[in-house]
Ligand binder design. Structure first.
Ligand code: G4P
Length: 542
């Protein structure tokens, strides 16, 4: 499978490099598809790739029951469970626009990974299951996007199945996300009877023709309003009236409100049948923001035409069993990346050679020679790089750190075999650096019994699995009763240890984190230690 359909066309030697970079950046759309599990993320990813002709036939990989090797699954555990744990990027070209679709894990337990991916994209596509509406993870993800000021395109999926009423879904988005939903197409036919879509601006009717189970691009006829009315009768009139009602209430699409994360364009689709997928691609080309200047840690914009810079949003080890490699996924922020160039690692000031640079998606990888702002490069054997690290050429630039998600599950890890203490320590540090798990320590507990802190309990399984397989250190995990964590701002954070059901631990850099069994214990801090200030952890949602 070709992962990388178009490296930039111009040769830097013959063209004005700066102008070329700006042009290439403006062709980039870097986005992620996010959703509550099962809303159809893998199906849509494959449908998008199919439309862009990256893969010939998507039908064979649909559904978890017979999924052999979808483009986004690769790890042993994911295959067994049919979930997606890793994140990488798929690049494809459509209408002369270069898309970078960043993969996000399908399981809610890996929302920390999703958070990191959202730090690297310019826009998100939020999938909603038409029968379920907004689910827990949908709302959490909307909240994360709000915090990042990220534009969101909402796609109401599975319209071919009986589900909620379209107006009810629009209302739900309006009430619960804080964004004004602006439908860009409107379904003709109730959920379960998806005949086609109405374009509220032109009043034309895109009538879908069913092809076998999404194996090929959906065929559609575009009909004038008169023809649509003659063909669909009442169903058409109803769609038209309802769409007008929504337009009266919520107004026309407003690019500024979309980019400012105040409005969300809405599309109705059935990814499994490829209905609405081409429309989504067109919306991404026409409305989604191109790769633009990104703010550095001081809030200053780094123009895309500036010398090369980027940041690591994700680390992955053990992708290639044969080589036990570490891949650092880098989002290019400015300038041109050329394979072989020497970058400066902002955290250490040390040079970093980029001999091995790849596009990675699923099990496939391809060597990258050139990359532009918005692109993702997988740097192989990049064990010195950490998630959130910046790299640059020329004058230094540091991008904002990627915040942690607030952990809700805590377990003490110990080596089963005390003789493998060294491997145990090395493995824990490596997994901590990769962001697989958060690691909290205290002098009382010691280095051989760190506390692992996770957003979802499945992260512990990944740790146990990788510790045994990659580091030869089997671990024993003991659950702790804590459910909440806060950053502590106080000269003597350890005073909190006096409150029962509370413990103060530290991150590797020394930052004190207090953990609590429940919110009542947290509430006691105000009376028992009023001098201590607690702060939510970056991405906290509680
Ligand atoms: P996820 O990555 O978000 O977890 O979802 P995934 O794509 O795996 O889709 C979850 C289920 O929903 C799959 O069914 C998939 O076929 C189905 N699905 C996705 N999009 C649509 C759609 O537009 N219409 C309909 N009717 N179904 C859709 P499954 O039960 O896991 O497998 P199977 O039924 O395909 O065997």
């Amino acid at each position: 499978m070709a992962l990388h359909h178009e490296a930039g066309s111009a040769s830097p030697a013959t063209e004005d490099v700066g102008a070329n970079v700006v042009r290439e950046a403006s062709r980039r759309r870097t986005f992620a598809v996010i959703s509550h599990p099962d809303a159809g993320k893998s199906t849509l990813t494959e449908a998008l790739a199919l439309h862009a002709h990256v893969i010939e036939e998507a039908g064979a990989t649909h559904g978890k029951s017979n999924r052999r090797s979808t483009v986004s699954d690769w790890m042993q555990m994911e295959q067994e469970r049919g979930i997606s744990i890793s994140s990488a990027a798929l690049q494809f070209t459509y209408r002369d626009t270069v898309f970078n679709l960043l993969d996000t894990p399908g399981h809610a337990d890996f929302s920390e990974d999703t958070y990191r991916v959202l730090a690297a994209v310019d826009c998100a596509v939020m999938l909603v299951d038409a029968a379920k509406g907004l689910e827990t993870q949908t709302l959490k993800l909307f909240d994360v996007c709000r915090r990042r000021g990220l534009p969101v395109i909402t796609v109401i999926n599975k319209w071919d199945r009986p589900g909620k009423d379209a107006l009810e879904l629009i209302d739900e988005v309006q009430q619960r996300t804080g964004r004004v939903p602006v439908p860009l197409n409107w379904p003709v036919g109730l959920s379960g009877d998806f005949r086609g879509t109405l374009d509220p601006r032109t009043r034309t009717y895109t009538r879908y023709r069913r092809v076998s189970a999404g194996a090929a691009v959906a065929e559609a006829d575009v009909l004038a309003p008169g023809e649509a009315a003659a063909l669909e009768g009442e169903t058409w009139t109803e769609a038209l009236e309802t769409a007008e009602l929504v337009a009266e209430g919520n107004g026309e699409f407003d690019a500024e409100a979309f980019l400012a994360a105040q409005a969300t364009p809405v599309l109705f689709a059935a990814a499994a049948l490829n209905f609405g997928v081409a429309t989504l691609l067109d919306v991404l080309v026409d409305l989604a923001p191109p790769a633009g200047a990104r703010l550095d840690a001081d809030g200053a914009p780094r123009p895309v035409g500036a010398p090369f810079s980027g940041f690591v949003f994700k680390l992955q080890a053990g992708m290639d069993r044969a080589h036990r490699d570490h891949v650092a996924f880098l989002r290019v922020c400015s300038g041109v990346f050329h394979r072989g160039m020497v970058l400066t690692h902002a955290a250490t000031g040390k040079p970093f050679a980029t001999k091995y640079a790849h596009h990675v998606f699923g099990r496939d990888r391809e060597t990258v020679e050139t990359a532009f702002p918005g692109d993702v490069v997988g740097l192989v054997n990049a064990s010195a790089l950490r998630a959130g690290d910046s790299v640059y050429v020329g004058g230094p630039v540091v991008f904002p750190p990627i915040p942690h998600f607030s952990p809700e599950h805590f377990q003490v890890a110990r080596a089963v075999d005390a003789g493998r203490a060294k491997q145990f320590r090395r493995g824990i540090v490596q997994l901590e650096h990769e962001g697989v798990i958060q690691v909290l320590r205290s002098e009382t507990r010691g280095d051989q019994a760190p506390v692992l802190a996770a957003v979802g309990p499945m992260q512990f399984e990944v740790v146990a699995d990788r510790m045994a397989r990659e580091f030869g250190a089997q671990v024993r995990l003991e659950p702790l009763p804590y459910t909440l964590a806060r950053r502590v701002l106080a000269p003597d954070p350890e005073v909190l240890n006096r409150i029962p059901g509370t413990e103060v631990l530290r991150r590797a850099g020394g930052e004190p984190i207090a953990v609590f069994t429940d919110k009542w214990k947290l509430g006691r801090v105000a009376t028992h230690a009023p001098e201590v200030t607690l702060e939510p952890i970056g991405g906290t949602l509680d």
